[in-house]
Design a protein around this ligand. Structure first.
Ligand code: GCU
Length: 323
């Protein structure tokens, strides 16, 4: 892994030395989603808005598809200032900035309105700012819907069906606890490695929102998609504090304003892509299952209790979301 990071760093240094136009500052932005995903479309809006607002003084070079590494690796590149911006799941980010853990609590939000009232209100904003202590300043949230199970051989209709199944999760303790509490066997793996892992039977299934399930082609190696909506973990657009500190106040304002308008655009792309992706999966023969959600909810209650015991310092944050 160190070797890989070293090669990526060399590539970045090479690309930076190739920049021709010295009057334009180019920000490197890396993320792990395919270019058909609404996150990428939201990021294109960010690029467009930033060019416009800065009158061409700031530009963005986008590296999609995990070209510069996994979410974890790119966050490390942000911390050392080699990459300026990234978009990651709040679940990955919580390994760096603990407050983001709360977004992984199963069935935390009552609905999307509740979720975005929190994310775009004081609570969400204060968490974005918390990241600065860890060299990772949050800019805005992107919609990442709700996560659902998908499996290759055995359909998940009740939590009992998870028994004995290896389910890929993000590298995140709350996600691991949740799958195990429901009776499955959680297997953390990078997103980019999942297609092959499913194809080769290294894991029996995974969990994700439907646009990620489809745009990553995971539906090609799955037969069942179970909409239990166990968690609604947002995505976060972030800028490395090292890079942020080199910017003028005006440049910072352009970047924040471009991020804000990209967040609104991404939500629209997202809504359209949820239906589109379900239609693609169904047409490919994936059976879509709508189970009794309360059964999954009941089994995952212990995850919150476990988290509250381990992190009493997070209780007031949880209360401010739940009330
Ligand atoms: C979601 C999220 C990604 C994350 C992925 C995963 O799709 O938007 O940022 O990488 O889940 O399961 O790894």
């Amino acid at each position: 892994m160190k070797n890989r990071l070293f090669h990526i760093l060399i590539l970045i240094i090479f690309l930076q030395s190739c920049k021709e136009d010295q009057t334009t500052k180019t920000l490197y932005l890396a993320h792990n989603m395919p270019q058909t995903h609404s996150v990428h479309k939201g990021i294109l809006e960010f690029q467009k808005a930033l060019r416009l607002k800065s009158g061409g003084k700031l530009d963005v070079k986008i590296f999609p598809d995990g070209q510069l590494g996994s979410e974890r690796e790119v966050l490390e590149l942000l911390q050392i200032g080699s990459v300026a911006i990234t978009k990651v799941s709040a679940a990955t980010l919580s390994n760096f900035v603990p407050e983001y853990h709360v977004f992984g609590i199963p069935y935390l939000f009552e609905n999307k309105q509740h979720q975005f009232d929190i994310l775009e209100g004081d609570v969400g904003k204060s968490i974005l700012e918390k990241g600065s202590q860890f060299w990772l300043r949050g800019l805005c949230y992107y919609d990442a819907g709700s996560r659902n199970f998908y499996t290759s051989k055995k359909a998940i209709r009740t939590p009992e069906d998870l028994k004995g199944l290896k389910i890929r999760v993000m590298n995140n303790q709350m996600a691991i606890n949740m799958i195990n509490s429901m009776g499955g066997s959680a297997t953390p793996l990078a997103f980019g490695e999942l297609y092959t892992a499913m194809q080769q039977g290294v894991v029996d299934g995974a969990e994700n929102n439907s646009p990620s399930f489809v745009s990553s082609n995971h539906y090609e190696v799955s037969n069942y998609y179970t909409i239990d909506q166990h968690s609604s973990i947002p995505d976060v657009l972030l800028i490395g504090t090292k890079f942020w500190n080199t910017l003028s106040d005006e440049e910072k304002q352009w970047i924040q304003a471009a991020a804000d308008s990209s967040a609104q655009a991404q939500k629209k792309f997202w809504n359209a892509s949820v239906e589109e992706s379900m239609a693609i999966a169904k047409a490919a023969g994936v059976e879509v299952i709508t189970p009794e959600k309360s059964l999954f909810q009941e089994r995952s209650k212990s995850v919150l209790e476990q988290f509250q015991k381990a992190h009493p310092e997070m209780q007031s944050l949880i209360n401010s979301i739940k009330k």
